[in-house]
Design a protein around this ligand. Structure first.
Ligand code: FAD
Length: 286
């Protein structure tokens, strides 16, 4: 089932993101997590993909197929292109189609300075156009309320986002953010630029101290004073920090839903306890 059919039904959608288990663990280790997430009845679940894009590694495809075929929940497979050839992508599209995965989050992926990149695809928009030309998939794209780290400014970044939508991205999911004002400002600029596809707000419940430091250094999300205060107060009390992180995410989601957001994409970090607490708090508000 294509994700596009979930929108425009007069309610916001709630989707989850999971990542494959580490290479040292068998793929089955995620199945019990997925079983618990299924009980929360998300609209779809997306599965991340290694930036390296190893064509022989079918883990993302395997997990997405399991979600679709066994759990009967729509799934989206993330797909990066910076280290892929056109042949690699065609192979991947065939694997996904054969296993009933209809949705792809088309990404460029991060360039590792130590590994020379390939040039079959320069940007996610090139991958998006290629997927559209070579298969019957719903294609989603990533967007960045606080600007992609490589862009000179948000105007340039939104212009580039428009190329991605014109290339065929039918739905966008944002990078995580902690300041809803940044999202509203970004959304308004998108509207002015004529980008009209549904946008899901990416929400990451921060539940431990290491996670905060990692997230901020990786994606440059700004930390509002209210957030920093809560995190500082509870940083040495893991249980309190987890509960405060959940409460902060719920507060963000309630505000987004009451402002009419199209959907919430919850970065679950493969933690069904946290996903359950949040889902149960917001389910009746969607
Ligand atoms: P692009 O849309 O190609 O943008 C990259 C940069 O190029 C931006 O600065 C953009 O403004 C610029 N640009 C785009 N088009 C043009 C153009 N035509 N001319 C000039 N400049 C241009 N990474 C993974 O490895 N695996 C994952 O599973 C994964 N999942 C993600 C899920 C979400 C929701 C998000 C938000 C990110 C995810 N990422 C993932 C991270 C992502 O791969 C990186 O942020 C990467 O640096 C950019 O990917 P993109 O698809 O947004 O790239």
């Amino acid at each position: 089932m294509k994700i596009s059919s979930l929108f425009g039904k007069g309610r916001a959608i709630l989707s989850f993101e999971v990542f494959p288990p580490k290479k040292t663990s068998p793929v089955e280790t995620i199945y019990s997590t997925l079983g618990e997430l299924k009980e929360l009845e998300p609209d779809f679940i997306s599965v991340t993909y290694g930036a390296g894009g190893n064509a022989a590694d079918t883990t993302t495809c395997d997990i997405a197929a399991y979600i679709t075929n066994e759990l009967k929940i729509p799934s989206a497979a993330h797909l990066t292109c910076v280290y892929s050839t056109k042949e690699d992508i065609l192979t991947r599209l065939a694997q996904l189609k054969e296993r009933n995965v209809d949705n792809i989050l088309a990404l460029r992926g991060d360039v590792n300075p130590e590994i020379p990149r390939l040039h079959d695809f320069e940007y996610a928009s090139d991958l998006t156009a290629f997927i559209k030309a070579n298969g019957d998939f719903h294609v989603s794209g990533a967007c960045y309320p606080e600007c992609h780290l490589e862009s000179a400014n948000i105007i340039e970044d939104i212009q580039n986002l428009k190329y991605k939508v014109e290339a065929g991205a039918e739905h966008l999911m944002t990078q995580l953010f902690f300041d809803n004002a940044a999202f509203y400002d970004f959304y308004e600029k998108m509207q002015i630029a004529g980008i009209k596809v549904p946008v899901e707000a990416g929400i990451m419940p921060v539940t431990n101290k290491k996670q905060i430091e990692r997230m901020v250094s990786m994606c440059g999300a700004s930390l509002p004073a209210k957030f920093s205060k809560v995190m500082q107060k509870y940083e040495n009390n893991p249980e309190a920090l987890r509960d405060a992180g959940i409460a902060y995410a719920v507060d963000q989601i309630v505000d987004l839903l009451s402002n009419g957001v199209d959907g919430i994409h919850l970065y679950t970090m493969n933690n069904p306890y946290v996903a359950r607490k949040i889902s149960e708090s917001v389910k009746n508000l969607l």
